[in-house]
Design a protein around this ligand. Structure first.
Ligand code: QZP
Length: 401
């Protein structure tokens, strides 16, 4: 290939979306990548990036051209061995994807959500009472982690012992989507005990018979998937179902702590809880990025990409693209937020979104009934991960109604 000709026809950037600097404050880099063009060559990695809403959306929806089966991280499964056996849903294309997806869709359906709701309300009320009593606490460990940890593993039907492996395991999964940098290497280096525990918990014998995990094994009895596939599909729940909601909760609390007028609105109308969560997902995008791989030559704008090229989709940038959103950098719980790509879009769009929204709605509603003000009492500190954006400390003080 003629390097000079390529440089003329296609915007190129030296930005590293997985550098410490980028992960600390991605917004100026998002701006530069959006302005560079519909698709940008990332020099450092020899891959492509899409940062505008329209192009991220198109990439999500054209699954025939932009496939998942070669991995949704930077590593191309056609060239490198995956760090763990590929997911039966995330890392597959139709038709295999559909079979696994149908099962997850069923075990995470509105009917199942209805059976979980009352228990979640009780857990949320108890946690909100406890926090109001304490007044000052860390909104990450004491709330964003504590609440999902108090409901999700029980809903799946997991045993008590060993649950401390869940967040480190998920942290590894999300770091592993990134490039071969220090975050990824260190996570994989330390993963073995977490992988071993999680793998064990996916077995039918380790799941309560009435939980979501067991329902996946029941689907194998019904012939919808094989008995060999069931544990790997349970693994998807454990990979994707906790760290995501933890960072979603963290995002929501960080938002209402920085935008007190929005908390006031929520307090006066707890019915806005779902909107407050959804807007926090748009605003912070707990899942910042994902990749696809081209299955054929394709043009994006004026740029022609070959087959077998990795494309980074910057969801967080799409969710604040001024071409799509009015006042993109404002957190507004009454915004018409539908169309955001914080849960992805298209055939792979988050299959657990009803569960995430249920947890958030129920908890934010209970908090809104009790809490007058939420203020930060110190500097929040960031948690660094190749895929997830969130904090590891958010000291707050709340005042009761
Ligand atoms: C992680 C899996 C944000 C999501 C892409 C997270 C995710 C989804 C599925 C899996 C893992 O199936 O293991």
């Amino acid at each position: 290939m003629n390097a000079t000709a390529e440089a003329k026809s296609c915007p190129t950037s030296s930005i590293d979306p997985f550098s410490h600097e980028f992960l600390t404050d991605p917004y100026p880099f998002h701006h530069d990548l959006r302005e560079a063009g519909p698709v940008v060559r990332l020099q450092k990695y020899g891959i492509w990036a899409v940062a505008r809403y329209e192009d991220v959306h198109r990439t999500f929806h054209d699954w025939q051209t932009f496939c998942s089966s070669r991995g949704v991280g930077m590593s191309d499964f056609a060239k490198e061995k995956p760090w763990r056996p590929p997911s039966l849903v995330l890392e597959k294309d139709p038709p295999e994807h559909e079979r696994a997806r149908r099962v997850l869709s069923k075990v995470l359906s509105p009917v199942v959500m209805k059976t979980l709701r009352d228990g979640f309300v009780r857990a949320a009320a108890a946690k909100a009472d406890e926090l109001v009593e304490r007044r000052e606490f860390d909104a990450i460990s004491d709330l964003a982690q504590a609440f999902p940890l108090s409901v999700f593993p029980d809903a799946v039907g997991m045993r008590q012992e060993g649950r401390e492996h869940l967040l480190p395991y998920a942290g590894t999964v999300f770091n592993a989507f990134g490039p071969d940098n220090e975050l990824r290497r260190q996570a994989i280096e330390r993963a073995a005990p977490h992988v071993q525990w999680v793998t064990e918990q996916c077995q039918r014998a380790n799941l309560a018979p009435d939980g979501i995990g067991a329902k996946i094994h029941d689907a194998a009895d019904a012939g919808e998937i094989t008995h060999e596939e069931a544990p790997l599909l349970v693994r998807s729940l454990l990979s994707a179902g906790l760290d995501t909601t933890v960072n979603g909760f963290g995002a929501a609390i960080y938002c209402v702590a920085r935008f007190p007028d929005q908390w006031s609105k929520l307090r006066k109308s707890p019915g806005l809880a779902r909107g407050a969560f959804e807007e926090a997902i748009r605003f912070e995008s707990p899942v910042q990025t994902f990749f696809r791989t081209t299955t054929r030559a394709v043009s994006i704008g004026d740029v022609e990409l070959g087959e077998g090229e990795k494309i980074l989709m910057l969801l967080a940038s799409a969710n604040r693209d001024p071409r799509k959103w009015d006042r993109p950098d404002e957190y507004d719980i009454e915004r018409r937020v539908s169309g955001h790509v914080g849960f992805g879009s298209g055939i792979h769009m988050c299959v657990g979104q009803l569960l995430a929204r249920l947890e958030a709605e129920v908890f934010l509603t209970e908090l809104a009934k009790r809490v007058n003000t939420i203020e930060m009492t110190g500097e929040p500190t960031r948690a660094y991960n190749n895929t997830l954006r969130g904090l590891d400390r958010l000291p707050v003080r709340i005042t009761p109604n």
